[in-house]
Design a binder for this molecule. Structure first.
Ligand SMILES: [Zn+2]
Length: 184
């Protein structure tokens, strides 16, 4: 999830998630209000989500919006990981947490500190089974469990192999997968 780390003119840091369109400014009606930042315009700039990307544009502010020290003027600027946006006396640091499965940065990852926080939800992505491996003989890789006198199909059905000999084929009555009876 993309987010901003907001540093107020007094140096107070807060974090905020980015989603959809976020209007930044001094007005308390802004999606991201910079309360007490007298140099910020009421509606200063906005950050819009475009697919997996976020773009920044100035909303005609009196003092302009800067990204990494450069005034953006009327441009629409795509934000990149680590970009620092300056609005009035406030600083907004952009963290994209891109969709690509970013590795949790090796030991050499140059100083930055904040990167450590980007743990990303790496869990859960794994294991969803391997999906049907075609009606091949043998099975096994797809979650079937071969017991002594039974084969538990990946669909959950239990097939009896008591009357079968090793190598013989057994079809699952429920999902039609075919297994070979394992040898003893
Ligand atoms: Zn089955």
């Amino acid at each position: 999830m993309a987010r901003l780390i907001v540093t107020s003119p007094e140096g107070r840091q807060t974090e905020r998630e980015l989603k959809g369109t976020v209007v930044v400014g001094r007005s308390k009606d802004c999606d991201l209000p910079l309360a007490g930042d007298v140099k910020a315009s009421r509606n200063h700039c906005k950050i819009e989500q475009r697919g997996s990307e976020f773009v920044l544009s100035d909303m005609g502010s009196a003092n302009g919006t800067r990204v990494n020290g450069e005034k953006i003027g009327q441009r629409i600027v795509p934000l990149e990981e680590g970009d620092v946006i300056v609005v009035g006396g406030s600083k907004l640091e952009f963290h994209g947490a891109g969709a690509s499965g970013a590795e949790p940065s090796g030991p050499g990852a140059s100083g930055g500190g904040i990167l450590d926080k980007v743990k990303g939800a790496l869990g859960g992505v794994f294991s969803k089974g391997k999906g049907g491996g075609g009606g091949g003989v043998g099975g096994g890789a797809d979650g079937a469990v071969f017991g002594d006198k039974t084969i538990t199909c990946s669909c959950g059905a239990v097939l009896s192999t008591a009357a079968k000999s090793p190598g013989q084929k057994v079809g699952c009555p429920r999902c039609r997968k075919i297994y070979a009876v394992p040898g003893k």
